[in-house]
Write a protein that binds this ligand. Structure first.
Ligand code: GRF
Length: 190
């Protein structure tokens, strides 16, 4: 067993989860030990299967009322939690069990365009409609509020007035896949 064991939480397609799993597949000290989702239909579950990584789904009750998710993380000796497109707020007791050991990526330059309900295409649509000339990613620690923990890294990219929401999504996704795995690595090893 490697000394650092990541659990990835994802609600959607899981392209970041895949990038992270691939990056750590041959790492000497860090491994992705578990993928968890609140959504039984999430594409990330199929991807976990293809990658040969154990995955589970859980209900809101199992997540917020203590108990089973937390117990599973302990049982699997998970050392760090990685949110990758995970839509639920992390409960305070889980943050207390993993102090400074939960990380998230947001597809915009926080503190702008963050908070409850700001996820997926909605973020890029809002950025576009606001006439911004740049967007990017923010990788940050997780606290009890959506998108408010300490920022570890921001990377920017330009957007032009002719960019569609899909264009912006694609630009941001390139940055996500390029920077999230290596930022996780330096955070875990710091
Ligand atoms: C990413 O844009 C990430 O920044 C945000 O949710 C999206 C997840 O995409 N938190 P994917 O499921 O990893 O493709």
């Amino acid at each position: 067993m490697k000394p650092f064991r990541l659990a990835i939480f994802a609600s959607g397609s899981g392209s970041n989860a895949v990038a992270i799993c691939k990056y750590f597949s041959t790492h000497a000290q860090i491994e992705v030990a578990l993928i968890l989702s609140n959504n039984e239909q999430a594409g990330v579950l199929q991807r976990a299967q293809e990658l040969g990584i154990e995955s589970i789904t859980f209900s809101k009750k199992e997540f917020v009322e203590g108990g089973s998710v937390d117990a599973l993380l302990q049982e699997k000796k998970i050392t760090h939690l990685v949110l990758a497109g995970f839509l639920w707020l992390v409960p305070a007791f889980l943050i207390a069990h993993y102090p400074k050991k939960i990380i998230n990526i947001h597809p915009a330059l926080l503190p702008k365009f963050g908070g409850k309900g700001m996820y997926g295409a909605r973020v890029h649509e809002t950025v576009r409609n606001s006439g911004e000339v740049e967007t990017g990613i923010t990788i940050h620690l997780v606290n009890e509020h959506f998108d408010e923990g300490k920022a570890l890294l921001q990377v920017r990219c330009p957007i032009s007035p002719t960019d569609t929401v899909l264009d912006i999504t694609a630009k941001v996704q390139v940055l996500e896949h390029q920077y999230y795995p290596k930022t996780i690595e330096s955070w875990v090893l710091s």
